[in-house]
Design a binder for this molecule. Sequence first.
Ligand code: ADP
Ligand code: MG
Ligand code: MG
Length: 243
Amino acid sequence: DPILELENIHLSYSPGREIIHGVSFTIEKGEMVSIAGKNGAGKSTLASLICGFNKPTSGRILFNGKDIMNDTIKERAERMGLVMQNPNQMISKHMIFEEVALGLVLRGVPEDEIKERVEKTLKICGLYPFRNWPISALSFGQKKRVTIASILVLEPALIILDEPTAGQDFKHYTEIMEFLSELNEQGITILMITHDMHLMLEYTPRAIVIADGEKIADDTSANILTDRNVIKKANLKETSLFD
Ligand code: ADP
Ligand code: MG
Ligand code: MG
């Protein structure tokens, strides 16, 4: 069954300047899929439309078969989690533990359970030693891992990650991706925004390629990565950062 359906999504920020030109795709429950494309293709915009930070000019989005166009950001956040591209948008003055615990606190989860879940997630994300640090003291890569941890700890049915490996070294990149794969094996659907072909091939069996606000391919990652036209048009990175 589909968990997420985009039906002919269009978006203009100003008249005559359309950014998304009729994008449709379906994500099945339990899939792990990449949305790939070069900088400016419209990937983050699609994520913001799915999560309700933006409204499409036309088209429909369905979650578990139900139209969510009139659902608020908050209502959507109970079913899906978005790890945003830029962790510097975090303005929190919290310590890391508090920041990652916040979503569970707001949901009224018992304190013991919060401690257990947050500590486990911090360990997975390589942040446990820094749990009492203020967020402002962290590097870009560490902040990115705090945003990832804040979503992972909630275990939503659908997780959208906007360039999760940006600013990460190989160790953290691998740990994050292995953990996402584990969550996916437990049934969580994962939508990964990336331009890293290594990540696509290694971790997401299927990829949707976006170029200039249009879907130009939707196929197995293996097929996409051998299609010279798609690679060229989408300007995908041909080699991994870590080769
Ligand atoms: P990607 O995530 O693939 O790099 P984005 O979704 O961030 O691409 O951007 C897609 C296009 O939309 C770009 O041309 C960008 O300049 C434009 N854009 C993004 N946000 C806004 C905005 N708030 N107002 C106007 N244009 C925007
Ligand atoms: Mg960009
Ligand atoms: Mg982006």
